[in-house]
Design a protein around this ligand. Structure first.
Ligand code: HEC
Ligand code: HEC
Length: 334
């Protein structure tokens, strides 16, 4: 570091200082701050680590996850993790202004799609192929289909790259597990797509379809016998009747902390964990007669864990189609 411009007083030298208090000047140069010396000596050359990216024009890379049960904050111990959901955040193509257009209940939310999920082995390991050059994030999911922990920032793969990680995540200073991982004893998994209405996310396809089949026979607005809240899919503006009426029964992460506090992502406090709707669905008293098939229950959990979105797109024509319950594909520029 050159010190000339901050004056003579800041010039420092390097001294040999022993425990008897002897101080011997080794180096002092005019105009140079000499700090942080590194002793050099002969030593073996470090091992050559093979490059992890192979620029072959591949469109995918691979992730190896050592143990999904590890977590920086304590993770519930009674919920073994069975799979990993992989989401892709979509580019905000239309405006740069938050909430224009609005994705759903959550403030300043971004559109996304669920690419699908991959299995997590009994030792917590996963090994899978994923698309390169896409902003991806993960959710670890238990037996019942509920997220145990979520990542909310994103990570990327370069084409052909292999990336490893430990859980959600390891504590600083800890070493990754040294045992052989079950997942790497087999070829990498391919991502298995999720249910309808997830590529990109769409409330009418993912959730309203379930409500139509199991709930609206009681929760419609047909008069005397009707139970509140009304859960029909009528369009009420930018959203639908059921989406607006379910608001008190769901929780989400958002900028502004109005629902689940968003400062950190806490294990065991995902959307399905926090939303009162889940308790209503399991309530034996009046809903004992409504037995949601497991697949449909998992769709509701997925929607809650995905942060209760309505839309999965920013584009006006596609949003109109989603509002009407039609299928739209992922954007061309993914
Ligand atoms: C389901 C839990 C979970 C899994 C599994 C997970 N992460 Fe994360 N990750 C987190 C959490 C929690 C954070 C902290 C920020 C946040 O809430 O998103 C994070 C943050 C990150 C960040 C951002 C760091 C920063 O400084 O911005 C990167 C990069 C990352 N993870 C990479 C990975 C990779 C690579 C894997 C393995 C394939 C992985 N993660 C698996 C939960 C997870
Ligand atoms: C057989 C009729 C019936 C079906 C089918 C039904 N419900 Fe209900 N539900 C009711 C009744 C009756 C109430 C009002 C109970 C009360 O006020 O205690 C209710 C209440 C609710 C409430 C409000 C609970 C509260 O404490 O505020 C929600 C939310 C709800 N149901 C959601 C659903 C969903 C979601 C489905 C479909 C999976 C569904 N219901 C299917 C009859 C039904």
């Amino acid at each position: 570091m050159l010190c000339g411009d901050i004056g003579q007083d800041s010039e420092t030298g390097i001294y040999y200082f022993d425990r008897f208090g002897n101080l011997e000047l080794l180096l002092r140069e005019a105009g140079v701050c000499s700090v942080a010396p590194i002793p050099l000596g002969p030593r073996p050359a470090p091992p050559t680590i093979p490059a992890t990216d192979v620029p072959t024009g591949a469109e995918t890379g691979e992730f190896v996850l050592a143990d999904a049960h590890w977590s920086l904050l304590p993770s519930p111990t009674d919920r073994p993790i069975r799979e990993l959901r992989i989401y892709q955040v979509l580019p905000k193509e239309t405006t740069h202004i938050a909430n224009q257009p609005r994705i759903g209940l959550a403030n300043a939310e971004s559109a996304r799609m669920l690419l699908g999920s991959v299995p997590v082995e009994a030792d917590g390991s996963a090994y899978f192929r994923a698309p390169a050059n896409r902003p991806l994030y993960f959710q670890s999911v238990d037996d019942a289909g509920r997220a145990v922990q979520s990542m909310r920032s994103v990570t990327y793969l370069q084409p052909g790259e292999r990336r490893g990680c430990v859980g959600c995540h390891e504590t600083p200073g800890s070493a990754p597990p040294t045992r052989a991982l079950l997942a790497t004893q087999r070829p990498p998994s391919d991502i298995r797509p999720g249910p309808p209405g997830t590529r990109p996310l769409s409330y009418p396809l993912l959730v309203q379809d379930v409500l139509d089949r199991h709930c609206v026979r009681c929760h419609d607005d047909g008069g005397g016998e009707t139970a509140a809240p009304v859960l029909t899919g009528d369009v009420t503006g930018p959203f639908t009747r059921s989406y607006e009426n379910l608001r008190p029964y769901v929780r989400w992460y958002e900028w502004g902390d109005a629902s689940i506090t968003q400062v950190v992502t806490r294990p065991g406090r995902g959307g399905a964990d926090e939303s009162p709707l889940v308790e209503v669905l399991h309530d034996a008293n009046h809903h004992g007669q409504v037995q949601l098939p497991d697949d449909d229950l998992r769709r509701i959990y997925l929607w809650l864990d995905a942060n209760v979105p309505f839309y999965g797109t920013y584009r006006e024509p596609d949003r109109r189609r989603q509002l009407e319950g039609q299928v739209v594909g992922p954007p061309g520029l993914q």
